[in-house]
Design a binder for this molecule. Sequence first.
Ligand code: ATP
Length: 515
Amino acid sequence: MQQEELFKELVSHCKEYGFIYPSSEIYDGLGGIYDYGPMGAELKSNIREYWWKAMVQLHENIVGIDSAIFMHPKIWKASGHVDAFNDPLIDNKDSKKRYRADQLIEGEIDRLEAKIEKEVEKARKRFENFDEALFRSTNPRVLEWAKRAEDISKRLANAMKANDMAAVKALIDELEIADPESGSRNWTEVRQFNLMFSTQLSNIAGEEGKLYLRPETAQGIFVNFLNVLKTSRQKVPFGIAQVGKAFRNEIVARQFIFRMREFEQMEMQFFVRPGTEMEWYEYWKARRMAWHQAVTPAAKLRFKDHDNLAHYANAAVDVQYEFPFGFKELEGIHSRTDFDLGSHQALSGRKLQYFDPETNEHYVPYVVETSVGLDRMFLAILSTGYTEETVPDAQGEDSSRVVLRIPPALAPVKCAVLPLVRNKEELVGKAREIFDRLKFHFMCQYDEKDAIGRRYRRQDAVGTPYCITIDFQTLQDDTVTIRERDSMQQERIPVARVVDIVREKTDMVRLLERL
Ligand code: ATP
């Protein structure tokens, strides 16, 4: 199946099985905003827990906080968001559609890269003993496209860095980029658009009372740096972690939960001695990649260095995941120097410094930040796990199933308890008794409706790793069958062992031990 089709299937699956609903649906929805249903809320909470445990519980030198969404408006002045948290916006005069100008240009780069990949694949089929590296470095067409892509990418980066919107527009004209929907090239000028949502305090009128919904959680960490330093007995190097909502008035909120206007971030700021930041940057790159690889195949992940470094960063890389619409940013790892603490120190007049007992100096620490979107992580886990396959049914005939092969520790429901039939009181009673015991240990579901095969399929579709079936033999010898989601293998085990077996396979400890 084409990736595009697969993505559509995934989106409707998310709705049908209670993972994600469009927000305010009975009022026809609200662009770029989504709600998480019963299964989605569980999966999201498990991903959040995996992150929190990996960062806070496993690192003695990282502590967590939970700061407020509203903060003093000066914070966003100091951080640079009021003046520079912009995206370049362009309107098409014919279709009246609005786009991000940089993304239109990046689309051209993606197109050239896709052409290169196609050419490589064609050659791979044509030649025996195909030497891909040699082909890429010598084939004239590939070289020309690669050079063009690099050239466009550099020009875009330079224009963005110089805040030169006329140069961005010139690039759109020169590349003859048309509105993807209408084909029209009748564009407005490019202008900068600030992405922060604002609201108003009740007791202060005018600009003074203008508040912003935080566009990132990080600033809540920076402004609490001294509080945490004083109250946690941490010493540099140490980190502060936080998970929470962030809000961005994205110009184009597309691709489902990949780009939303309200989303959740999992961020950690690691405070280090100036001059040691590149070591820590490398350290955190490796640690974060290991975290991803424990739940996502390595082939679907890659690092991508930033072409366009923010003025305060001295290194920045994205962890990209191969979404059904291509490799895109999942997490950002940034070496942010002392920019944020330094700016807050200057604007607030408070000293945001650390006295280093080893060097006997005061300094503003440097910061290495890791920032991953919880919703993007959710989409990555579902995209990797979503599988449509043909399997034999109980009679040995081919039947199709959708199964979410997600890591058992992240699965919304760990175990389903199913009486073989529902019209036998003893079976139902026994199944209820087992369910009432298991629910203290895991998220479980009890299900007695429909034939057993259909119940298995329902659990496969939400990624439940284990189904426990209670049958007539159970009443005689206190054994049940346990069915494993991916292999569909069934085994007979004593009821007394169910908790241990399910825990062994689904416990988050197993994931954390791999880090
Ligand atoms: P992009 O380039 O995709 O807009 P960004 O570079 O602006 O992302 P950061 O500011 O580095 O993103 O934010 C850190 C993380 O927060 C991102 O890696 C992403 O996972 C998540 N994130 C950012 N914007 C959104 C959004 N609109 N919807 C969902 N997640 C987001």
